[in-house]
Design a protein around this ligand. Sequence first.
Ligand SMILES: [Zn+2]
Length: 320
Amino acid sequence: MLDTWGMDSPHTQLPSKRILLVHAHPDDETIGNGATMAAYRAAGAAVTLVTCTRGEEGEVLVPALAHLAASEDDELGEYRVGELSRAMLHLGVSDHIFLGAPAHKYRDSGMIGTEPNNRPDCFWQADLEAVAAELVEIIRDRKPHVLITYDENGGYGHPDHIKAHLTAMRAAELAADPAFGVGEPWEISKIYWNAIPRSAIKKALVSKKVIRNIALKIFKYVPSKWITLPFVKPDSVITTAIDANAYLPQKLAALREHKTQLILNGDLFEFSKEMGIRVSGFEHYTCVKGLDQGSPARHAAKGPNWESDLFEGIDLAPLA
Ligand SMILES: [Zn+2]
């Protein structure tokens, strides 16, 4: 029988390396971590994806599917569930679930300052302790060594990304607390926040004008300097670079499945004609818990002192 991770082994034998990702909407996982997920799955690690909402409020970029939008038929959420499933097939990730499953409890809250922020059923309005408790159940069941989520600003300030960050951080704390809830406590060894270093985005930009288009599209304004965009981080706060370039084809294939949300031209995210950001198989992180400061290899290294493995320094002793 296939287990949760699509492996032919009893559920009691957890794979020896386990990662949990907490994301806000379908497509965020592939944009931020698609190559990392594919690489670790190919290496036999357990990869669990928790998506908090179905992304009902997303903009529909395919004209033929425009009727799915929240302002029309409001059927985008269901459609994006399908996009996510197809994307995960490319990355080899079979353990992907929605927070609150089997119900779709939390609706996309829309961009900050918009009317959907106030809907009582949106994720932004949900009680933090209650949503964190739901994630604790998943953490105690899957027992991940590594958690990946967003920074305090949710990467770029979307309410659902901020709430996903808060939920993941609170759940990690509660899961380790023996006094909380039911089930055995589990302490996650390392916590990572997604990050894009300046040096990487400079390389990925096909034209600097593109940043203006991205800023207009996402933030509805153009910052005075593109390096002040919230998701662009100084290289000094990056701790970890995962070279999963061998899995770039899988990441691109998964991105193409999120077709209502993303327009890809070859390996370019296209924001307007011939302007884009080249999709990369190098993905970057800031480790905020459990960074192995003592790694001799990194101390000896010249240049960026970055980890190259999410599990660096973790004691991977089998479960008792
Ligand atoms: Zn998102």
